[in-house]
Design a binder for this molecule. Structure first.
Ligand code: PEP
Ligand code: MG
Length: 585
């Protein structure tokens, strides 16, 4: 029977496919597909880990002191029994050999299947054994973590799956990924994979998971609570990324309706594609710069295809994630930036220095020790606390600037002294390159305006910087004290809150008065319902996911920036700006 799970619409479009449910675990679990030739080795790895844990538990049982409580021995025996259970072992083998899951993923999938059976048990004693099973699985996972996983670069995932002989006869059906949560690093790993859509139980509209899904232009719903418990492996699922709804086990009538809407979506995209070469000019002749946000150097090609006038935000931190603590060195970074710069064929590229912390940890699953990570040592604060690492990145970017037009952007600047320190670090990085006789290009320096304090003092910041870029995702988070990744407060995350609009307007006004460049690179820039308002407030540069450029261009072509000005001022003064936007729509 069809049922619906509601979440947040974060990436447009409709996906219809079979569910691949990624179970969550207390231990960090890598998910990747292995090659057919690796199946035996992967099964052996799983077996080896299980046997090692059996040995360990048996040793514990035999070494128990005579006065140890009897329950302890009994508990260890239960764990041993669960470990040696054939259902667990054969299930793991099944997921590895039939679906080509890596051993950890296979174990978690099987664990989830068995857990459901435990949940359905009448006997409370047996039901509680589920917790034991989870502990046992955790032990195996921890053991596996110490073992070398099969080598497989995430970027070849799609290829590997395409090459798979058969997924239980399911190769015809697209796959959709369902998970409790996906870190930005997970998303990156799944980027070039076969998944036609994503559903996660947690996350907010501008969480980085959602942002990566949008940048992949794949339908996604986040904050769909309990999705990973309610949806089972192989269930048919419709992801409606426009409305934020996930339909499970849809009836034939619903399926047909959604297939029809999918076709309509496609036609709309084809219609928009014709605007690709049309200059983004308003009815009153204002030229508007539509730039792309990217996460990886080779996204430059996607940006060009979408007709971007340049890169307005290269989130460089994605180069640093999931590397087991081994950060990329200067040469490796230089190659990555150069690839992006050359890929843009002379168009400008704005590279933001590393912005880690909060919902973008360097290590997947790494423990955050600070109480309020979003208010902690993140973004530029982290870079300034690690000056050697910071200058390595600066040198790499300065070197890449010799190959094209590059701008350097610094995240979360909020103090004057940070501006001074940044400039000093840039000077030093240049001097270091000069001392080595290495060429570097000219770069413009910009600050992201993401904290209310920075918005309020933008005039003094602009004395140090050539340009500013408004990061509305964080600006909203910090102005309204709403964690952008927390679905529980997602309804309060309001881009049209009068305080947010006031800050955005003030930054645009001040920069324009000072004759400095100002861009919006947060999600607001790609939201077509905001385009006219931002134009009316004087914004002429927008940076967004490549997939949004043509829709925003369509809005630009229909707008008269001059005539929108007085209306935008009224929206600013309104108690409920949202109602005014609806009135015009
Ligand atoms: C923002 O905060 O609006 C922004 C563009 O940066 P990020 O989303 O990467 O934090
Ligand atoms: Mg930000």
């Amino acid at each position: 029977m069809t049922f619906a799970i509601h979440g947040l619409a974060v990436s447009r479009g409709i996906a219809i496919g079979r569910a691949v449910v990624v179970a969550s675990s207390r231990v960090e679990v890598p998910h990747y597909f292995i090659e057919a030739s690796q199946v035996e080795a992967e099964i052996a790895r799983a077996r080896h880990a299980r046997n090692a844990v059996v040995d360990e538990l048996q040793r514990l049982v035999s070494d128990l002191p005579a006065d140890a409580p009897g329950e302890l021995a009994a508990l260890l025996e239960v764990h041993l029994m669960l470990l040696q259970d054939e259902v667990l072992a054969s299930g793991v083998r099944h997921w590895i050999s039939e679906r080509f899951y890596n051993a950890e993923w296979a174990l978690m999938t099987q664990l989830e299947q068995i857990s459901r059976q435990f949940d359905e048990m009448e006997d409370p004693y047996l039901r509680e054994r589920k917790a034991d099973l989870e502990q046992v699985a955790d032990r195996i996972l921890r053991y596996m973590r110490g073992m070398a996983p099969s080598e497989l670069a995430p970027s070849v995932l799609a290829e590997k799956v395409a090459q798979q002989p058969a997924l239980d006869g399911m190769t015809e059906a697209p796959l959709v990924l369902v998970a409790q949560d996906l870190s930005p690093a997970d998303m990156l790993q799944f980027r070039r994979s076969v998944f036609a859509g994503f559903v996660t139980a947690v996350g907010g509209k501008t969480s980085h998971t959602a942002i990566v899904a949008r940048s992949m232009d794949i339908p996604a719903v986040v904050g769909a609570r309990a999705a990973s418990q309610l949806i089972r492996q192989d269930d048919w699922v419709i992801i409606d990324g426009n409305l934020g709804i996930v339909l499970v086990d849809p009836s034939p009538v619903i399926l047909e309706q959604y297939r029809f809407r999918q076709r309509q979506d496609l036609l709309e995209r084809e219609r928009l594609a014709r605007l690709r070469h049309t200059p983004a000019v308003t009815l009153d002749g204002q030229h508007i710069e539509l730039l792309a946000n990217i996460e990886q150097p080779d996204d430059a090609a996607v940006a060009l295809r979408a007709g971007a006038a340049g890169i307005g935000l290269f989130r460089s931190e994605f180069l640093f994630m999931g590397r087991e603590g081994k950060l990329p060195g200067e040469d490796e970074q230089f190659e990555a930036y150069k690839t992006a710069v050359e890929g843009m064929q002379g168009l400008p590229v704005t590279i933001r220095t590393i912005d880690v912390g909060a919902d973008k940890p360097l290590q997947k699953g790494s423990k955050e020790t600070s109480l309020n990570p979003a208010l902690g040592l993140r973004a530029i604060r982290w870079s300034l606390a690690e000056p050697a690492m910071f200058r390595t990145q600066l040198r790499a970017i300065l070197r890449a600037a010799a190959f094209g037009k590059v701008q350097l952007l610094f995240p979360m600047v909020s103090h004057q002294h940070e501006a001074h320190s940044i400039l000093a670090q840039v000077r030093q990085a240049k001097a270091e390159l000069q001392a080595r006789g290495v060429a570097c290009g000219e770069v413009q320096l910009g600050a992201m305006i993401e904290v209310p304090a920075a918005a309020l003092m933008v005039r003094s910041l602009l004395k140090h910087f050539d340009f500013v870029s408004i990061g509305t995702n964080d600006l909203i988070q910090y102005t309204l004290a709403i964690d952008r990744a927390d679905e529980a407060v997602a309804h309060l995350y309001d881009p049209l809150h009068p305080a947010v609009l006031e800050l955005v307007a003030q930054v645009i006004r001040t920069a324009n008065e000072m004759g400095k460049q100002v861009c919006v690179c947060g999600e607001m820039a790609g939201d077509t319902s905001m385009t006219r308002l931002l134009l009316g407030l004087g914004l002429r540069s927008f940076s967004m996911h490549p997939a949004q450029i043509l829709s925003v261009k369509q809005e630009v072509l229909r707008a008269d920036a001059q005539r929108l000005q007085p209306w935008a001022q009224q929206v600013l003064g309104a108690e409920e700006p949202a109602t005014m936007l609806e009135a015009v729509a």
